[in-house]
Design a protein. Structure first.
Length: 196
């Protein structure tokens, strides 16, 4: 997928006008790109549109309009756009109660390395976590991680051909699986581009 450039972004005043419709479009787009693993883990699969929204929102919140600031935001977020051989996701570990969240983030240390994508007939693809910076410590994991699932051509072909695909987490304190439904499958297949 093509990375974003400054030409792909609205100026702040234009974004203020376009934001309600754009936000609604992005939220609808994200529905099929959201995978729940049990009650407390969510994978939000990123693509060019979701990243554009994140960049536009950061520019709006921080009131960034200088070229250098825009370039910095693009440099930070463009790596989340898939590269046609992978899926990229934000992992959210979600507990509403603050005390429970603190306790579970300690128990779930290292969970970001225990996620895998399984395309039937192919070896499991283990998530590559937090390539930009380490988000966990020796005592706890972070509530947010950035993941990459790198697929070989055979796994991508099987995915396209209709093989069963699911995500699984196998951590000593958290086990869950989630098979892709048709809408999720179609949404994620778009990240590999067109065949040929």
């Amino acid at each position: 997928m093509k990375k974003l450039s400054p030409a792909d972004l609205w100026k702040l005043e234009d974004y203020a006008r376009e934001r309600p419709a754009f936000r609604a479009r992005v939220l609808a787009h994200k529905q099929a790109r959201t995978i729940h693993l049990g009650a407390h883990l969510t994978l939000l699969f990123e693509d060019r549109l979701t990243v554009q929204y994140q960049v536009q929102e950061m520019l709006r919140i921080e009131r960034i309009f200088e070229a250098d600031g825009i370039a910095d935001e693009l440099a930070a977020y463009n790596p989340l756009i898939p590269d046609a051989t992978n899926l990229k996701a934000t992992l959210l570990i979600e507990y509403d109660d603050v005390a429970e969240r603190r306790r579970e983030l300690e128990r779930l240390r290292g969970i970001e390395h225990d996620l895998r994508l399984v395309v039937d007939g192919h070896p499991p693809i283990v998530a590559i976590a937090d390539e930009d910076l380490e988000r966990s410590t020796e005592s706890k994991t972070s509530a947010v991680h950035f993941l990459r699932f790198e697929l070989d051509p055979a796994a991508i072909s099987a995915f396209r051909a209709g093989a069963r695909v699911h995500f699984a987490i196998d951590h000593p304190h958290y086990h869950a699986t989630s098979e892709l439904d048709n809408a999720q499958r179609s949404a994620l297949l778009a990240d590999f581009g067109t065949e040929g």
